[in-house]
Design a binder for this molecule. Sequence first.
Ligand SMILES: [Fe+2]
Length: 376
Amino acid sequence: MKNNINTITAALLLITNLTFSQDFKFAAMSDSRGSDNGVNTPVLSALINHMLETTPDVKFVVFAGDMVDGHKYDPDRTKRELLHWKEVMAPVYNHPNIAWPGVWPVVGNHEVQHREDEDNFRDVFQDVFMNGPKEQKGLSYSFDYGNSHFTIINTDAWYYGDLSDTSDDRRDWHYIKYMDWVENDLKSAHERGVKHIFTFSHEMPFPIGGHLRDGLPNLGKKFQTPLDSTRQWFLDRRDAFWELMKKYNADAHISGHEHTYGRQEVDGVFQIVNGSAGAPLYNFNPLPDADTSLHRYEMTYEEAVPYYEVLEYQYGPGKNSQRSENFVGYKIFHYSIYEVTDEKVVVKTYGAYPKEGSNTEFDTEIELIDEFVIEK
Ligand SMILES: [Fe+2]
């Protein structure tokens, strides 16, 4: 009889857990552009196949932009590339354990290079929530899943100064245009009592390599200190965003744009760059002994120092040339799995190192490279 009661109790506990447990896993990856119709298909396919084999209970992927090359003058080509990208991602979209819509897309700078690109992006990715700012419906949005809230922020928008003036075509990128929307969204999630908040954008608040000139600080080239009012405005806006992350107790901001992996805690909030699922790998911000063979966006250490000064990075002999001393990064093709429970998030990053002499191919096994915990 006692055994029967134990069995019934165990069964009830199991049912209770199945019914009320809000634990789940999601994946984050980004930047898969390459030479097969705008996509690095061999690397992206290898990563998603590995993910579905190793973590078949993953519920969805958030893809932080730059899926494809895109084109400045040919929006139809960009659209075809995005449709091709969805075909390459079909194993994710069609997997029986994956929850709707399979992949949550984030706009990257490569997707928005022409005034028609935003509408094409909306067309290709119709399965998102239309709760973003009026001008960015379908491009910025948010949702709850299980015990968590997800906010997708478009940082690479088109400029809407004068829609009828075709000579006024330009990107309006690298900043968070609708900070009020972000604040209201994070505030209401916090007040609802969600356990975790994750925000996503293509651009990162704290550049880690190759993009010291841009990202959300957006310092550009040849600046002087004290900063001019435009640069100071971008920097203040970046800071205001991070203040919101702290105020509403967000877990992490996850981005791409930098083609590499890096995580660090800045004032108690994680910045995680999940930035290459096939795009050419970058080096990290240069150290004092950096070699001089540089990718076209990269700088020498001497060129980087003024950026480190303005961005308040750790620099000099023995320092890591990053915002935080606790920075951990690997130059790998990768994806991260976020294992979410009420109390914590375990982040596991699976990746492969590039082939000798290449920054777009790999020939090592995809393996667990990094694991850390976000405690709540
Ligand atoms: Fe990018």
